[in-house]
Ligand binder design. Structure first.
Ligand code: PLP
Length: 389
């Protein structure tokens, strides 16, 4: 019998009446990790002066953020010196956009499956600098090698920065980021990898990826509390990578300046060891095997409703998106209706979007899920259908 499955649900606060197949959007933090965070908060509130001056200030010898960064760094194939804590991938990406020198006519390249907030941040940067966003269309379903070729065709002499998703949000496609980074850097383009969904889910070796910057959320697949992410900066861009808020330690530069950017709750960052312990308690490899196998089983079940996988098997992970058969082009309202009806009428939480005119249903497999969860969503989709079918 598997150690995993619905019997683990009580380890989370997740509604026991619900079928949660959307770990991807916001993650879910186990009770045990939240208890570790509460202990940090209690310590912070018991003696705030001691806590902030000793634990949170970068110049203190007892600074607790740096050893945490060291441990996280080891987990992702780099050193703590390359890791700064930020609240989320959104903050990290805005930080990088500020770190790149851009002038009128420069280009920032991104994929059409870019996360919407990232696209808006790029557009805002472009408005301020006179740079242009360049969006690479990757038609779905994705063919294995197509993506690298299309990206490289889009690179021009003024492309200064490329933002590449490691696991794309609407399509859940896993891109070959090391290969892409090598090709882009050979053309003199700086590379930011948006690994919002990758930390915990994929085995990461950031030094091998070789990107200038890499960000990932710990609050999704690493099981950390909300508001916990990191920004990796390679040594040659570290000096220019500075927090969005200028505070006392700005002059210390990367990563120390990020450790204290004004009074804030750093308990989510300090709970990363508890999140890593939680994973290790189950065996990280066993978790990855289970969630990937479950997602693969889910993709076989989704065939019963004609769900076409967006990614080939080699570019798939524990979160997979399916194009549902449509009579017409899908609209964002169709995706919202699907999400809404599944939760409010059937207590099933999924993610969905309208992408390239297709209605995408995205399902995440987590260790608290089992085959019956996927059977349930397929059964409901079969019986009820969806807008535009
Ligand atoms: C690919 C990608 N990038 C960035 C983000 C932003 O993450 P956050 O809201 O934690 O900043 C998300 C969120 O789901 C995402 O999927």
């Amino acid at each position: 019998m598997s150690d995993f499955g619905r019997a683990l649900l009580p380890l989370w606060h997740l509604d026991p009446e619900g079928t949660f197949l959307n770990h991807g959007s916001f993650g879910a933090c186990p009770r045990g990790v939240l208890a570790a965070q509460s202990a940090v908060r209690e310590e912070m509130e018991r003696q705030p002066d001691q806590f902030f001056r000793l634990k949170a200030m970068p110049t203190s010898e007892e600074n607790a953020l740096r050893p945490t960064a060291d441990r996280l760094g080891r987990f992702v194939g780099t050193s703590g010196e390359r890791i700064a804590f930020v609240a989320n991938a959104t903050e990290a990406i805005n930080t990088v956009l500020k770190a790149v020198d851009l002038t009128s006519g420069d280009e920032i390249l991104m994929l059409d499956c870019v996360y919407n907030a990232v696209r808006l941040a790029v557009e805002d940067t472009c408005r301020r600098t006179g740079a242009h966003p360049k969006v690479v269309t990757l038609p779905i379903p994705i063919a294995t090698n197509d993506a690298v070729e299309r990206i490289m065709q889009a690179v021009g002499p003024r492309t200064r920065l490329a933002i590449i998703d490691h696991i794309a949000s609407p399509t859940a496609v896993v891109f070959p980021v090391a290969e892409m980074t090598t090709a882009l850097k050979a053309k003199g383009v700086r590379v930011l990898i948006d690994g919002a969904h990758a930390l915990g889910q994929l085995a990461l070796d950031l030094e091998a990826v070789g990107a200038d910057w890499y960000t990932a959320n710990a609050h999704k697949w690493l099981y950390a509390p909300k508001g916990c992410a990191f920004l990796y900066a390679a040594a040659h861009v570290a000096q220019r990578t500075l927090p969005l808020s200028v505070s006392h330690y700005h002059d210390l530069g990367f990563p120390h300046a990020f450790d204290y950017v004004g009074t804030r709750d750093v308990s989510a960052f300090l709970s990363v060891p508890a999140a890593l312990d939680f994973m290790a308690g189950f065996d990280v490899d066993a978790i990855r095997r289970y969630i990937n196998e479950l997602a693969r089983e889910g993709s076989l079940l989704m065939r019963d409703v004609g769900g076409e996988p967006v990614a080939p098997e080699a570019m798939s992970c524990a979160m997979r998106a399916y194009a549902l058969p449509q009579r017409r082009c899908a609209e964002p309202a169709d995706a919202a209706a699907l999400r809404h009806d599944l939760w409010y009428q059937h207590r099933i939480q999924i993610a969905s979007s309208a992408f390239q005119g297709k209605l995408l249903c995205r399902l995440s497999a987590q260790i608290y899920n089992e085959r019956s969860d996927f059977e349930r969503v397929v059964d409901v989709l079969q019986r009820r259908g969806w807008a535009g079918r």
